[in-house]
Design a binder for this molecule. Structure first.
Ligand code: SAH
Length: 209
């Protein structure tokens, strides 16, 4: 990795620290992941701009500030088992893996070509993340419940029960919900008695398939 990439990443993280109310743990994870390895070659010079970029198949890698906010809301600890719906290029999963460590991030991606590319990229970069191709509503049926889950695609009618059901009592689910008319970032806390919902503002994500 070049010094220029590392310097650009440090500058990005310094800006995020000024703008966002997120923990140093989250910022360190952003600083550790080589985002330029996750974007298409021709866009590498923009890898440390704080903006989403196209990754092919009509999908996008989220802006770094959005990844930082979502990771922070999950309130993760090392060893937590995390379920991601929407691997895309694998960047967000790598940031989560920096916090929870190897072997406990499970990610599902709808577009098989993106899943294959992300799996290979994450492996090459040393991230032990399990990537499957499929629909987030029925992925990893044999895995025991997750400590946390998040969606990187917007669920039009709210987070499907099939995903909420996979999370332990007291666990968080962070997701964009809504459609082209408007999306909100929400943090749900799953409880035996129901689901608590916090609103974290307007967002724009690709739709869930
Ligand atoms: N976290 C990703 C962002 C990917 S964009 C990154 O860092 O690059 C959202 C992704 O969700 C897209 O790749 C899209 O194909 C995927 N997706 C949409 N609907 C899905 C579904 N039902 N199950 C799994 N993945 C889905």
């Amino acid at each position: 990795m070049s010094d220029a990439d590392a310097a650009a990443r440090r500058t990005l993280v310094d800006r995020l620290r000024e703008r966002l109310d997120v923990t140093e743990r989250t910022l360190s994870a952003i600083e550790a992941v080589p985002r330029h390895e996750f974007v298409p070659e021709r866009l590498r010079s923009q890898a440390y701009d704080d903006r989403p970029l196209p990754i092919g198949h009509d999908q996008t890698i989220s802006a770094p500030h959005m990844v930082a906010v979502m990771v922070d809301l999950l309130d993760l600890d090392p060893g937590d088992r995390v379920f991601e719906v929407g691997t895309g290029c694998g960047y967000h999963a790598a940031v989560v893996a920096e916090i929870v460590g190897p072997g406990t991030v499970y990610s599902v991606e709808y577009v098989p070509a993106l899943a294959d590319a992300a799996r290979e990229r994450l492996r090459r970069l040393g991230y032990a993340v399990t990537v499957r191709s499929g629909d987030g509503r029925d992925a990893f049926p044999d895995e025991s419940p997750f400590d946390a889950a998040y969606l990187t695609c917007a669920a039009p009618d709210g987070v499907p029960d099939a995903i909420l059901d996979r999370v332990v009592d007291g666990g968080h689910v962070v997701a964009p919900v809504g459609d082209a008319g408007g999306q909100r970032l929400v943090r749900l806390t799953v409880r035996a008695t129901g689901v608590d919902r916090e609103d974290h503002g307007g967002v724009r994500f690709v739709p869930m398939q």
